[in-house]
Design a protein. Sequence first.
Length: 492
Amino acid sequence: MSGTYLGMPSFPKAAHEAVGNTTLRANLKHATHTIRDKRAKAVAELDDWALLREAGKQIKDHTLRHLDTYLVQLEEAVTAAGGVVHWAADADEANRIVTRLVKETGESEVVKVKSMATQEIGLNEALEEAGIAAYETDLAELIVQLGHDRPSHILVPAIHRNRGEIRDIFTKEMGEWGRPAPEGLTDTPAELAEAARLHLREKFLRAKVGISGANFMVAETGTLVVVESEGNGRMCLTLPETLISVVGIEKIVPTWRDLEVFLQTLPRSSTAERMNPYTSMWTGTSDSDGPQTFHLVLIDNGRTDTLADEVGLQALRCIRCSACLNVCPVYERAGGHAYGSVYPGPIGAILSPQLRGTASEIDASLPYASSLCGACYEVCPVAIDIPEVLVHLRERIVQGGPATRHGNRVVLKPAKGHAAERAAMRAAAWAFTHPGALRAGQRVASRTRRFHPRTLPGPGRAWSATRDLPQVPAEPFRDWWQRTHGKKESGK
């Protein structure tokens, strides 16, 4: 998988630097609290939300179990409707396919709808190397692109920027990319939005090639679906002569009836809206409307490997609503850049290490980027048990073991730096299977508790540096129970 930011340190190091940025923390706190409060109200309007959540989970699980069948059905439907389907095993192959398709049109620029998949594979950079300019048209993505920045949120990529910073970026950079910002631009939302509209309008009207992702693909008809709030997607999907959609293979749903569930849960979980202002659907090509040429590039890029993991595969249910980011205390303080991936927050902490593997320092640290509070699971509209997957991945990193990489079954070696943790877990496992030794150890700990240090020595210092060690009780529970209840029970 592409999408690893070169030079990124492990999550603890990146987060330590991020939490010292007071402006970043203020921006994130304001934005995430606003979004999650609105979401809670939108979800509360539906009495059957729990049933919709369960339905979404069941649909996704069924689809993943029969993914091969539905992908073939999708290909046949898209082809019958006039589209062309391409299969990409990894990021490099996907980039080569898209670059070739753009070059075949003779064009040197494209307009893009916000797409996590194209960010994942590093498509913009690949097109740039081939001499093709890719213009982001989503407002937040435009801010990120003009600011030579990286996205830090799934739904609101520029969430780490405030209005003053956005005004400065527009004033300084817009002229280098096209129509400059208006003179005397202020930081009022209406003026910023108008500046972006004027800047993008000329690109929409000039572009011959559009590139999109898709929120969903309907297997029975070959229909692709994009939901958005600004109208830029509608422009990119209808005005260009050629449309290239780059989509992960897990974005498929079997039928239109299945799609109905997600069109209720996605907008409420993401933008706290009853429905998205723009829901665009297209099936192949039409002689009288929209692009005359349509290509669908289906990318694997680690998804099949993830599908082979009985615990981790639930990450593929994700519909990219970003609700888990908005409630995560770790994301709120560290921000999205610390995750070193286009997928930040709790979902990124379980998805990126599975798509990319855990060989790098950043990917090996991501499953630890969580307090395991469970808030992410509570808000997930498809009931991904993120804490369960986090613990599962931590075990894989510490202990090693079987996994699937690039379609092959391999045995991973334990990651470096966890020898003390492995030894501690083996000692704990032995103690819990020997009740006599456990009881003796508890009694010794209770009787020596006045001498216990406030922090752990050696490797344990990293754990206790940010946590209070729990105080050992004066009497073990087993002894207390025997003293207070044991005689009564023996007398019955």
